[in-house]
Write a protein that binds this ligand. Structure first.
Ligand code: GLC
Length: 568
């Protein structure tokens, strides 16, 4: 190690999560063992060998705590009880222990912005203004003879206010009527939230995803939305009290676990905001999950139809700029979180790449190479590693995601036919990415003996069993990729994006004498990248199908990708 590195190393203690490779498990859809058609804790336990075999070292599990299940776990009834839907308290303990025994870290979801209206705190609060839990939530009176305190709408539809049954006040719910926002201005609420974290840290949890935390500082003047009516979230995101609230929480959990990893979900955060949230001086969160990674070609959308549920291709130029900015900005701090897909969005290779049978494998492999060998922390969403595609709804009425029916009606009005509308919805509604895990090519794909709770695809080849047998499968490719990602060069090496045309994506990683060159073709056309002649086929450590190298000219197949490493 040279002196410069030694100095750098002494200055900054490397945190465990900088080397994390995270596997996201959506427990409902992972593996069912009791036949109710919904995945469970025993299902995760059954598949631990599989999870470990991927090479990941951390799992993030979506909420399994007691919930009214109107928002699949994000509408919490108890922050510390395991939902019997997923198993018993003992099952929960067994899962934590089993993961620990395998040397893995565990991240839990922490929905801290709202609870279910069935949460005992809210049930108490409903008893009236004198109840000690009243201030755990946010209340306002009706105003100006209108049925609501102001014109805010909720993210999942309707007004952001609902009137209490036995009184005259309204409670705030920025997401959904049955999910009242909690009041972070109220110290006892903040203390309870910190206690929740301490409880789970005591049980062995290593980190938390702070769900929708950017809304916890609500403007109590309740200003009207300037558009006449509009999302309450617009006026209440990224409030100035968030640093105080989170740093207080962090101080109070410090004794329970110094090394706890906090990753905040901030869907609208650009690079600047991400920096603010992750700046150690501000003591808020370690990393941010933003949905701003995926800029789409807005000019290809039809202005007459709402944009949110309209599909458009990824804007590769803008995507590269976003990636470059995040890589450069967060380079020193181990890089950003890297992900293509999660439970709130459709599966990306299918959405932004090619789902045609001839390109499907290359697309999945290339997209993984492109993103995950950059600097940062990969989050692989269950099923991604076998190239699962989205599920397809026929009837908009069966899609729970908000805004679907409005979109359908608006699109119909301007003459879109049913198939066209569903084509869009099946690439934009978050539910299409929540299909059950395809373990094998059988009637219920090895997920359950019962009736699966969600739609699914039964496919030969795109299931774990078939891919285990095929050395060239996406699954085996992911394993090799993860192995590579674990090497010091890809963990710690410097990053430099190379100038290429928009449909190509190339970068270098360097560390001391080691160097890697990563080249990807994000298009359906073959293409060529000129690379230095010193790179030969002997340096290729990973590639997908159909590429070739001729004296410094790297021919990439449609959705081709090749990774070169020089280690001397
Ligand atoms: C987050 C979750 C999402 C949930 C929402 C409300 O965005 O990821 O699934 O619906 O918060 O809790």
């Amino acid at each position: 190690m040279n002196e410069k590195n030694l100095e750098g190393d002494m200055m900054r203690h490397r945190k465990w999560w900088e080397d994390a490779i995270i596997y996201q498990i959506y427990p409902r859809s992972f593996k069912d063992t009791d036949g109710d058609g919904i995945g469970d804790i025993n299902g995760i336990l059954e598949k631990l060998d599989y999870i470990e075999s991927l090479g990941v070292n951390t799992v993030w599990i979506n909420p399994m705590i007691l919930s009214n299940q109107e928002d699949n776990g994000y509408d919490v009834i108890s922050y510390t009880k395991v939902d019997p839907l997923f198993g018993s308290e003992a099952d929960g303990e067994r899962l934590i222990r089993a993961l620990k025994d395998r040397g893995m870290r565990i991240i839990f979801d922490f929905p801290l912005n709202h609870t279910s209206d069935q949460h005992p705190w809210f049930q108490e609060a409903l008893k009236g203004p004198e109840n000690p839990y009243r201030d755990y939530y946010i209340w306002a009176n009706g105003k100006d003879n209108r049925p609501y305190p102001n014109n805010w709408t909720a993210a999942f539809g309707g007004s952001a206010w609902s009137k209490e049954l036995n009184g005259d006040q309204y409670y705030l719910h920025l997401f959904k009527q049955s999910m009242p926002d909690v009041n972070w201005d109220h110290p006892p609420l903040r203390e309870e939230m910190a206690e929740v974290l301490k409880y789970w840290i005591g049980k062995g949890i290593d980190g938390f995803r702070l769900d929708a935390f950017i809304y916890i500082d609500v403007d109590k003047d309740f200003p009207e939305h300037p558009d006449g009516t509009g999302p309450g979230q617009d006026l209440n995101e990224n409030g100035e009290k968030i640093p105080d609230h989170l740093s207080e929480m962090n101080r109070s959990i410090k004794d329970a676990g110094e090394d706890v990893f906090l990753v905040g979900e901030a869907t609208s955060a650009d690079a600047e905001l991400t920096q603010w949230y992750t700046d150690p001086e501000n003591n808020m969160v370690d990393k941010i999950i933003t949905m701003q990674y995926f800029p789409e070609k807005e000019d290809e959308k039809d202005d007459a139809v709402p944009g949110g549920k309209q599909h458009a291709p990824l804007d590769l130029k803008a995507f590269k700029e976003v990636q470059k900015t995040f890589q450069e900005q967060e380079g020193e701090a181990g890089g950003p979180v890297l992900f293509w897909t999660n439970h709130d969005m459709p599966r990306s290779p299918h959405k932004y790449g090619s789902a045609s049978p001839e390109h499907r494998d290359n697309t999945a492999k290339m997209m993984a190479v492109l993103l995950y060998l950059q600097k940062g922390i990969p989050i692989i969403y269950n099923g991604e590693e076998i190239g699962m595609k989205n599920t397809a709804f026929d009837d908009p009425g069966n899609i729970p995601d908000a805004g679907v029916m409005d979109f359908y009606q608006e699109a119909e009005k301007v003459g879109w036919d049913h198939n066209k509308i569903m084509g869009h919805l099946n690439l934009t509604a978050r539910d299409v990415g929540r299909g059950i895990m395809q373990w094998e090519d059988s009637e219920k794909v090895g997920f359950t003996d019962g009736r699966p709770w969600a739609l699914y695809n039964r496919e030969t080849k795109y299931n774990v069993e078939d891919q285990e047998k095929d050395e060239n499968s996406i699954l085996h490719f992911y394993r090799k990729l993860i192995e590579l990602k674990k090497t010091q060069l890809f963990q710690e090496g410097a990053y430099e994006m190379l100038e290429t045309k928009d449909t190509l994506y190339a970068y270098r990683r360097t560390l001391d004498d080691k160097e890697a060159l990563v080249c990807c073709n994000f298009s359906e056309e073959e293409d060529t990248i000129e690379i230095a002649e010193e790179w030969t086929s002997d340096h290729i450590v990973l590639e997908n199908d159909g590429n070739s190298l001729e004296g410094g000219r790297l021919h990439l197949s449609p959705y081709g990708a090749a990774v070169f490493v020089k280690d001397e």
